[in-house]
Design a binder for this molecule. Structure first.
Ligand SMILES: [Zn+2]
Length: 317
């Protein structure tokens, strides 16, 4: 768990990390989330700061409107009303978001996509997921599941995905898939525990097998991003997650492959994420601040509405 106290201007003043301990089960994980959030609020107060809102981001399917963690494969959440639990425990307005969507929110507003207006943030790690951010707000989808770009089918005859279908983008191009494919092709001894970063390095050094696996991933990614661009027509695509740390070894061939696929679509700017590990925390904070602002706005509207009514009544008299 990455946790932070974040000022309204987007600066993290205190950063903490705690083990998730997912093996303890979802109830214990929820307990730790609330303990850590409560602890951070107490530390803020001890430093003379006033906590005004809580932002929590979790993986899986998240119903942001209801504040419910609907489903998560890695943590085991099933319909956990995290927002209400946090409000009850901390007594502060709370927003619940999705880990990749808040990461995209932060990159679009504070990081590599700043000023772009329309941004597609793509996180490439164990899997591949995206956030489509327009004017600083990430699309959630009708069922809280927008942005599952990793399950775009790019190779119908490709390996079977965890989701059940063959040839999903993440079976070829996720960091996990790149390491796995190299290991399979190299054979047990030569390919054991090879990471995507190792493959990138070996490809750069000219090793044919690594070059092939890397190029396959780049081509598949370009197919997925071209589909994303056809759907969203963004100005900037921000690549995050572990694989983006390969930098130009990824960006240079990927820009070329994406360029080849553009016909009448405008080519987006393709850049690496700028906020690194902090993106999730900053994005959760932005979401919390947005929620507070909406509340304030509604309160002002109610107040203004009441003032108008009072004035009308006075005029009638
Ligand atoms: Zn899939």
């Amino acid at each position: 768990m990455k946790c932070a106290l974040v000022r309204p201007d987007g600066v993290a003043v205190r950063i903490e990390r705690h083990p998730t301990g997912a093996a303890r089960g979802p109830a214990a994980v929820v307990g730790t989330i609330l303990d850590v959030a409560d602890g951070l609020a107490a530390k803020a107060r001890a430093d003379g700061l006033t906590p005004i809102a809580v932002g929590i981001a979790v993986p899986g399917v998240v119903d942001e409107a209801r504040g419910v963690a609907v489903w998560s494969a890695n943590v085991g959440f099933r319909d956990v009303p995290l927002r209400d639990l946090a409000v009850k425990r901390l007594g502060l307005p709370t927003a619940l978001g999705h880990d990749v969507r808040v990461g995209g929110l932060a990159e679009a507003r504070l990081g590599a996509g700043r000023g772009a207006g329309h941004v597609l943030f793509v996180a490439i790690g164990t899997g591949i997921a995206a956030a489509h951010v327009v004017d600083g707000s990430a699309s959630v989808g009708a069922h809280g599941a927008a942005g599952e770009i990793g399950h775009i089918m790019v190779r119908p005859d490709g390996p079977r995905c965890g989701c059940g279908r063959p040839g999903c983008l993440e079976t070829i191009a996720s960091a996990a898939a790149i390491g796995r494919r190299y290991a399979e092709l190299a054979g047990e001894a030569a390919g054991a525990s090879v990471t995507a970063a190792d493959v990138a390095e070996r490809a750069a050094a000219g090793e044919p097998l690594a070059s092939q696996v890397w190029q396959d991933a780049v081509e598949a990614l370009a197919d997925g991003l071209a589909t994303g661009q056809a759907l969203f027509d963004v100005a900037t695509i921000v690549l995050g997650g572990g694989l983006a740390q390969a930098g130009d070894r990824l960006l240079t061939p990927l820009r070329a492959a994406l360029h080849e696929r553009m016909t009448f679509h405008r080519e987006p700017r393709l850049v690496a994420a700028a906020l690194g590990d902090e993106a999730g925390c900053l994005g959760a904070a932005l979401l919390a601040l947005d929620a507070v602002r909406v509340q304030d706005h509604d309160a002002v509207r109610v107040r203004d509405h009441d003032a108008v009514r009072v004035r009308d009544l006075q005029e009638k008299r």
